[in-house]
Write a protein that binds this ligand. Structure first.
Ligand SMILES: *Cc1c(COP(=O)(O)O)cnc(C)c1O
Length: 262
């Protein structure tokens, strides 16, 4: 598969005649059915709406429909969107009504030079993929007196276009040794993006590998937390839930097509 393949995988075409909350209801039913098949309870799986490329208004609609977690992949894009969201909230006078504010996760690659801005605008970084970035994020988080929740992004395939730590890499081992002393970070688990494939079943071995890696790491580092497994997207989230996902990241099936990848 060429590295330029559209990142809408597997092919998903949401029904455009449905409203956001109708699509949410459909996805909710699929999540519940997958949990039932896997003998898991619904509250073990968190739905993250991936709002990248979609407007602040679209995010607002999702919040109104009850979505509490969002995924964005670019610092600059979300910096603008979060300003627009703040203005929408003020305009509608909803700022004080929200029971618990929505949380925004960075799910795209982060360069160290954007770490400061990312810590300022995101609630969590789900794509920690180097020791250097970990050190930088921890430093910045500490200056804000924050403990920033992070997931380690794991690269399970050999695709060159992918970022993430190789499961057997010396860097991962070193990062796991150093992370307890990085006081600005709170390790919460692992995340992965399997290679593009039209067939959701093709992702299953990758999902399983991430779960097995978590088991190994939990044994090797009993004092660290690897609770979250963020895996599964619009085309394969039910497979991911069967394999143990605790977070599924759904964009296209909720918000519609994104058009060309950016
Ligand atoms: C875009 C993106 C998603 C959502 O993909 P869909 O196929 O639209 O659901 C999930 N995870 C990551 C890391 C992404 O970049």
């Amino acid at each position: 598969m060429s590295p330029t393949a559209p990142r809408n995988w597997p092919a998903v075409s949401p029904d455009k005649s449905l409203t956001f909350s109708q699509r949410l209801t459909q996805i909710e039913q699929q999540i519940m059915a997958a949990c039932r098949r896997a003998g898991r309870s619904r509250d073990q799986v968190l739905l993250m709406a991936v709002s990248k490329t979609h407007s602040a208004e679209a995010v607002q609609e999702a919040i109104a429909a009850g979505v509490a977690h969002f995924g964005e992949n670019r610092v600059q894009e979300f910096a603008q969107k979060s300003l627009a969201l703040a203005q929408l909230e003020v305009a509608r006078g909803e700022a004080n009504l929200a029971s618990s504010p929505p949380l925004f996760h960075l799910i795209g690659h982060l360069q160290s030079n954007k770490a400061a801005k990312a810590v300022e605008i995101f609630d969590a970084i789900d794509t920690l993929d180097s020791l250097r970035l970990a050190q930088r994020l921890s430093e910045v988080a500490q200056t804000h007196s924050r403990k920033l929740p992070v997931l380690l992004e794991i690269k399970l395939s050999s695709e060159e276009s992918k970022t993430g730590l190789h499961p057997q890499s010396p860097e991962l081992i070193e990062l796991l040794e150093r992370i307890p002393s990085l006081n600005g970070l709170e390790l919460r688990g692992l995340m992965t993006v399997p290679p593009y494939n039209q067939d959701p079943e093709a992702a299953r071995p990758y999902f399983r590998q991430l779960r097995e890696l978590r088991e190994q790491l939990t044994l090797a580092h009993p004092s660290l937390c690897f609770e979250e497994l963020s895996m599964g997207m619009s085309g394969d989230f039910t497979v991911a839930i069967e394999e143990g996902a605790t977070v599924v990241r759904i964009g296209t099936a909720l918000f519609g097509e994104r058009g060309l990848p950016r």
